[in-house]
Design a protein around this ligand. Structure first.
Ligand code: SME
Length: 152
C-alpha cells in the first residue's frame, strides 16, 4: 500500500496545475481515503514568527485546534523536540489535546526545510496502536517531498 501511495503522493505534490495548498489538500484526502487506520490527516505549520502552530490543509472532522502553542499537546511538543512522536494510546498521555473522543492513537512527524522544523504532518487513528516503522518512514518521505514545494 505505502509503495503505491509514495508514487501517487509524489505525483500530486509535483503537479504544477494546482497551488501548494490545493496539492496538500489532495494529499490529505488521498491518505485518509487509502490508509484504513488514518482517520484524520492534516498539516500544521509554524505561524510566522510566533511560537505556535497554525492548522493547514486537512482531511477529516473539523477541529477547534486551529492554533496550538509550542509545547502544548503532541503537536506542540514535536514543534520543540524535532522528533517523531508516535502515541499508541492517547489516554496514556498527560500533555494531549483531544480533538475527538473517537481517537485512540496519534502520530506526528516534523517537517524540515534546510534543517529547520517548520511544521508537521499529524494523523489521528480510531484504531488502538496502529502505527509501525512503515508509517514513520512513509510520512518522513511525504514531508521531505512537501519540503521541496513549500515556501514559508
Ligand atoms: N491531538 C493533537 C491536537 C491536534 S488534533 O489531533 C487535530 C495534540 O495533542 O497535539
Amino acid at each position: 500500500m505505502f509503495n503505491e501511495l509514495r508514487t501517487q503522493a509524489t505525483a500530486i505534490l509535483h503537479s504544477t496545475g494546482a497551488t501548494v495548498n490545493e496539492r496538500l489538500q489532495e494529499l490529505c484526502d488521498l491518505l485518509k481515503e487509502t490508509v484504513p487506520h488514518y482517520d484524520w490527516v492534516g498539516f500544521y505549520f509554524k505561524n510566522g514568527n510566533k511560537e505556535e502552530l497554525k492548522l493547514g490543509p486537512y482531511a477529516g472532522a473539523p477541529t477547534d485546534h486551529t492554533i496550538i502553542p509550542f509545547g502544548k499537546g503532541i503537536c506542540g511538543q514535536v514543534a520543540l523536540s524535532n522528533q517523531n512522536f508516535v502515541v499508541p494510546d492517547v489516554k496514556a498521555q498527560d500533555n494531549y489535546i483531544a480533538c475527538s473522543i473517537t481517537v485512540k492513537a496519534e502520530i506526528v512527524i516534523p517537517l524540515f526545510i534546510n534543517g529547520e522544523n517548520i511544521g508537521q504532518i499529524d494523523i489521528d487513528s480510531n484504531t488502538p496502536d496502529p502505527f509501525t516503522d512503515e508509517d514513520e518512514r512513509f510520512l518522513e518521505y511525504i514531508n521531505s517531498e512537501v519540503a521541496k514545494i513549500y515556501t514559508i
